[in-house]
Design a protein around this ligand. Structure first.
Ligand code: MTE
Length: 309
């Protein structure tokens, strides 16, 4: 079933055919989902998953660009480094510790964490703070699905996330030991519970490649890409605002909120426009909240958006 919010235009017919093929191959990991997205190849399943296009009229970024032009500093700072180096990361077995202000804390295997959770495909715009953008067909589910299961306590106000920190498999950590590893990120609880906040386990109809944050990563489409933390091993519910990696590194440049905002420039470059990755020389105007204002603007009522929170 495909639920379109707008028409999908594919930049290239071959890519579309490949994409549709893959989509049919895994048609609907929902229900059986977890097993088919743990390590290894995606297996054929009989169930269906739905697709929703949240990137109205935007060309889907060619898969080869979305999987070879990456930011994942644990594997190096060059854009091709993650693709070249991330295959050394072992993603099976994988566990996620859920801790802090929850009724059901624990160290959950990926299989347990995802069991019974229905997967869906969502096509989202993705805007990096470096002023480039992509349109990615993610597969996953709302972050709120696992938070609700964890039993968030009423005193919780934030959600903190942490990435795997395993230098033996992550050459960027070895090369750059002074970086404040592990990579950490956070959301306010109401942001985390917003239906757009997603945990992705796949993209382009397949399991997530390691360089894109396998086996599970956050995707928050109205915020700059650095909020979308990869290869998550820990989720903690807290009462106080958690630290976030880029804010620790450069607090004057990267705030906690970091909502996409074309009228609030980075101190060193404009955020008004963005380069379309895989789109040749094309640029486009960046919309407020990356185009998701209808869904999320109410979260920031009364806040001065032209400020680096
Ligand atoms: N997560 C971790 N653990 N380490 C990182 O370096 N980079 C962030 C984010 N998540 C990063 C991360 C940045 S800056 C961006 S733009 C996106 O991942 C890039 O996601 P992509 O490579 O899937 O496009």
């Amino acid at each position: 079933m495909t639920l379109f919010r707008g028409n999908i235009k594919y930049s290239d017919i071959t890519a579309k055919a490949d994409f549709l093929n893959r989509r049919q191959i895994i048609a609907g990991a929902a229900g059986l989902g977890a097993a088919s997205f743990v390590g290894g190849a995606v297996q054929a399943q009989n169930l269906e998953y739905s697709t929703t296009d949240y990137a109205v009229n935007a060309d889907i970024t060619p898969k080869k660009d979305a999987t070879s032009f990456n930011n994942f500093y644990e594997f190096g700072t060059g854009k091709n480094d993650p693709k070249d180096n991330a295959s050394r990361m072992k993603i099976d077995p994988w566990a996620v510790e859920i801790s802090g202000l929850v009724d059901n804390p624990g160290n959950y295997s990926l299989e347990d964490l995802l069991s019974g959770i229905a997967l869906e495909e969502r096509i989202y715009r993705f805007r990096c703070v470096e002023a480039w953008s992509m349109v990615v067909p993610w597969i996953g589910f709302s972050l709120s699905d696992i938070l609700k299961r964890a039993g968030v306590q009423s005193s919780a106000k934030y959600v903190a996330f942490q990435t795997l920190n395993r230098p033996s498999e992550m050459i960027g950590i070895k090369r750059n030991p002074k970086f404040p590893w592990p990579y950490v990120e956070g959301l306010r609880l109401d942001e985390a519970m917003n239906p757009l906040s997603m945990i992705a386990t796949g993209m382009y109809g397949e399991s997530l490649p390691n360089q894109n944050g396998a086996p599970l990563r956050l995707v928050v489409p109205w915020k700059y890409g650095f909020k979308s933390i990869k290869s998550i091993v820990k989720i903690t519910l807290t009462e106080t605002q958690p630290q976030t990696t880029w804010n620790i590194l450069a607090p004057k440049e990267y705030g906690f909120y970091s909502n996409v905002n074309p009228s609030f420039d980075h101190p060193r470059w404009s955020q008004a426009r963005e380069r379309i990755i895989g789109g040749g020389i094309f640029k486009r105007d960046t919309p407020m909240f990356n185009g998701y204002g209808e869904e999320v603007a109410n979260l920031y009522a009364g806040m001065d958006l032209n400020k680096n929170y």
